[in-house]
Design a protein around this ligand. Structure first.
Ligand SMILES: Cc1cc2nc3c(=O)[nH]c(=O)nc-3n(C[C@H](O)[C@H](O)[C@H](O)COP(=O)(O)OP(=O)(O)OC[C@H]3O[C@@H](n4cnc5c(N)ncnc54)[C@H](O)[C@@H]3O)c2cc1C
Length: 481
């Protein structure tokens, strides 16, 4: 930590990612190094915090290498991307690295790739590709997630078609990183597919990624419509799809309903009318803002029950109005850090062969917890259908297609929500489910070994070989080993 030279508060730097962080404590910056006293960096919804002794903002590759090599920057070294993970995977009591100076975007239409700095957000990549009529093949709702994070963590959207990927990391074909010895490594799918496979789910434990190359493709336009089913007789996967290319569904276990958002490829030339754009806007407003705002303002079970019905009605109306058409990448949303309401969710991927067995048990599980504690989740559980994908060692769909069942609520730090997640982990792990180490809540070593099995052990031996001194190893990950 340097002390000389001019000092200023870090919130006044050009580092927007950090500037938008809600934080407490005093931070002073000298050059690119912030000495922090009592600083607390929070994730988006304040359900996970980091308490670094040092915050560093390397301006270029050489400074990043110096940070990794120089032990005056205390371990563990953890990057903070845009702090949208849902557990403390980014947290450190050592050094927090902010990559905001790694922000270049290079589009190569000839090789169908885009190469970006680690800090570039998905929504910016979307915007930069649009004039070229190109897109990344997986378009998650989270537009804020950074390239560095999505290249080594789990980020998903519903798959399209029989073989379309639903994992953003599978669209990554190369990364550059600084490893635990301070060496720069270039890892590509073409030259070392096995190493690329490990890096895609390495969660920052193999190095600091500073550059990412994604495969890109022609922009696609989708038509969206909605169909509502009663869960009293669980619709089969095929019935839910109704011949669509992809489905994201909203499950309402307390109201016995599931709303299927069916997505169909509409052909590149399909036109998007103004009315379509309006309907898309309404859908996104409900999804990203209004739902959590209303249940935050009226946090009572009777209102959650009413709101379930309002949602069903809203999607029924959207459907009666003919659904809408939109570009696939329109899904990316820029979630504001400053808002009066926040939501929280967990992630679990369940093999699709267990669908009809799982759903009634899930409904019972949710209702039993409600009967016992009086707590019911205030928001819908999201159900993404995603194809089998073995491109990452810790992929959540390594052996067959999956559906997710992501419990969501508007009270991130309520003890009953935390306990609900603990019990859900135990419940869902009985169904061959797989977690994500950046999105699943309340994980324990027992649950991770049980669900990721040999893949987790293989990853840990690889990590030990590559980072024997634990330069990148934080308490969060130690607790899962
Ligand atoms: C409102 C909201 C909506 C969301 N919607 C979706 C969704 O639609 N689909 C979905 O899949 N997920 C979703 N998520 C989860 C989120 O996308 C993921 O958790 C994602 O990883 C967050 O990216 P980030 O840039 O904020 O990463 P951070 O939370 O900052 O970091 C995540 C992890 O990556 C590591 N890391 C980050 N950058 C680097 C780097 N350059 N090198 C090495 N390690 C690095 C960090 O240390 C940490 O371990 C959502 C989250 C929120 C809060």
């Amino acid at each position: 930590m340097r002390n000389g030279g001019p000092r200023k508060t870090i919130g006044h730097t050009s580092c927007d990612l950090y500037g938008s962080q809600r934080r407490t404590g005093k931070v002073v910056l000298d050059g690119s190094v912030a000495t922090s006293s009592g600083v607390v960096l929070r994730n988006w919804n304040n359900s996970a915090v980091s308490t670094p002794r040092v915050v560093v903002v390397p301006k270029n590759l050489q400074e990043l290498i110096d940070v990794v090599k120089d032990t005056k920057y205390p371990s563990p070294l953890r990057v903070g991307g845009s702090f949208h993970s849902l557990n403390p995977c980014f947290a450190t009591d050592g050094t927090q690295i902010l990559m905001c100076h790694f922000a270049q975007v290079d589009i190569d239409v000839v090789t169908s790739t885009v190469t970006v700095g680690a800090a570039v957000k998905m929504i910016e990549i979307r915007n930069r590709l649009r004039p070229y009529g190109m897109q990344i093949a997986v378009a998650p709702e989270i537009g804020n997630a950074t390239a560095g994070s999505v290249s080594c963590c789990g980020t998903k959207d519903a798959s399209l078609g029989r073989f379309g990927s639903g994992q953003v990391s599978s669209t990554v074909i190369g990364v550059k990183l600084v490893d635990a010895d301070g060496n720069v490594e270039t890892i590509t799918e073409a030259d070392d597919p096995e190493k690329m496979r490990i890096v895609r789910s390495s969660y920052g434990l193999l190095g600091i990624i500073f550059e990412v190359t994604f495969r890109i493709e022609k922009q696609s336009i989708l038509s969206y419509d909605y169909k509502i089913f009663d869960l009293a007789s669980v619709p089969s996967r095929d019935k839910l799809f109704g011949g669509a290319d992809g489905v994201l569904a909203f499950c309402l276990p307390y109201s016995n309903r599931i709303i299927a958002e069916r997505r169909r490829a509409a052909g590149g030339q399909a036109c998007i009318s103004r009315f379509s754009r309006f309907k898309r806007l309404v859908r996104d407003k409900i999804w990203a803002e209004k739902a959590s705002l209303l249940v935050t303002l009226v946090p009572y079970n009777w209102f959650f029950n009413i709101f379930d019905r309002v949602l069903v009605l809203a999607f029924r109306i959207l459907s009666l109005l003919g659904g809408f058409a939109a570009r696939r990448a329109d899904s990316n949303i820029n979630y504001k850090f400053d808002r009066i309401d926040y939501f929280d969710f967990t992630f679990w991927a369940i093999p699709v062969s267990r669908w009809e067995e799982f759903i009634p048990k899930y409904v019972t599980f949710c209702r039993d917890y409600f009967r016992e504690t009086g707590f019911r989740a205030s928001l819908v559980s999201s159900v993404y259908f995603i194809n089998k994908d073995r491109k990452a060692l810790l992929s959540f769909s390594p052996s067959e297609d999956i559906f997710t069942m992501d419990l969501a609520d508007s009270r991130p730090n309520d003890p009953l929500w935390i306990e609900f997640n603990r019990r859900y982990d135990a419940f869902v792990s009985e169904f061959g489910a797989r977690p994500l180490l950046n999105q699943t809540k309340q994980l324990s070593a027992d649950i991770v070994y049980k669900t990721l099995g040999n893949d987790w052990s293989e990853f840990l031996s690889y990590h030990k070989e590559n980072d024997p001194s634990g330069r990148f190893l934080s308490k969060y990950f130690v607790d899962l080993m």
